[in-house]
Design a protein around this ligand. Structure first.
Ligand code: UDP
Ligand code: MG
Length: 241
């Protein structure tokens, strides 16, 4: 990889046991990024996968010079994988997306276009392609989140986002933060827009998040975010003498 070249866009994708999806995702992503005509890198964060993801990523990295792999020692969950990858990003703009092909790389150019007017463009999966249980629980989740945190966000947990790197530099980090990223970034005064994006059914591998491992934890996180938001420091300096 040519480190001397300045990178404009860093794509960060968390990977946990996605061997069936990576061989399709990477060429698709490469085609979309090539079309942008800007310099880029792809950072795949292997969140301790136990399937063939590690081998596939290495093979792909030997074919595509702009691929970087960050392998975590153990599986730590989506928030950690995303944060670890975002911290490694060299681009001034970051794009994040799931690596299971539920997010569509084709939406990336449209999200990036918003960054001349906004600091973050976040995906809104208007027509979700998940199980009915997941769809209902997400609807309720978004509703309760908005109600208790005083927000009006349609889809708070969509990984597909484009943003300026500075947005994530000072936000509080914790396990589960990926569901509150928009609120955390907004709290720092950044401008956010929700953009409808496509969503596809998962064709290979299994979803790692379900109602059991999401509900209680994300509710506790919500109370913490609500507290943080209420207790945030707001002030303007009128004069410095
Ligand atoms: N993922 C991860 N670590 C985990 C669980 C998931 O990096 O411990 C990745 C996963 O490979 C995928 C994304 O996070 O790219 C979203 O996970 P998943 O598709 O299981 O969630 P869902 O779309 O069902 O909510
Ligand atoms: Mg998924």
């Amino acid at each position: 990889m040519d480190n001397s070249k300045e990178i404009e866009i860093s794509v960060v994708a968390p990977v946990y046991n996605e061997e069936g999806n990576l061989p399709f995702l990477i060429p698709k992503l490469a085609e979309v990024l090539r079309g942008l005509g800007r310099s880029y890198e792809m950072i795949f964060v292997d969140d301790g996968s136990s399937d063939g993801s590690r081998r596939i990523l290495k093979e792909m990295a030997s074919q595509y010079p702009f691929i970087r792999i960050l392998r975590l020692k153990e599986n730590r969950g989506l928030s950690t994988a995303l944060m670890a990858g975002m911290r490694e990003a060299r681009g001034e703009k970051i794009v994040t997306l799931d690596s299971d092909l539920q997010n569509d790389p084709a939406d990336i150019p449209r999200l990036l276009e918003y960054l001349d007017r906004y600091d973050m463009a976040t995906g809104w999966r208007r027509k979700r392609e998940d199980t009915w249980l997941k769809k209902i629980s997400s609807k309720i989740g978004n509703g309760v989140r908005n109600w208790l945190s005083g927000e009006n966000i349609q889809d708070s947990a969509c990984t597909l986002r484009a943003f300026k790197k500075e947005c994530i530099q000072e936000i509080p980090v914790f396990n589960g933060m990926h569901r509150f990223l928009s609120t955390l970034v907004k709290m720092k005064g950044y401008r956010i827009v929700e953009v409808p994006v496509s969503h596809h059914p998962r064709k290979s591998g299994k979803s790692k998040y379900n109602i059991r491992n999401r509900m209680v934890r994300s509710f506790i996180d919500l109370l913490a975010v609500r507290w943080m938001k209420r207790r945030a420091l707001h002030y303007e300096i009128e004069e410095r003498i």
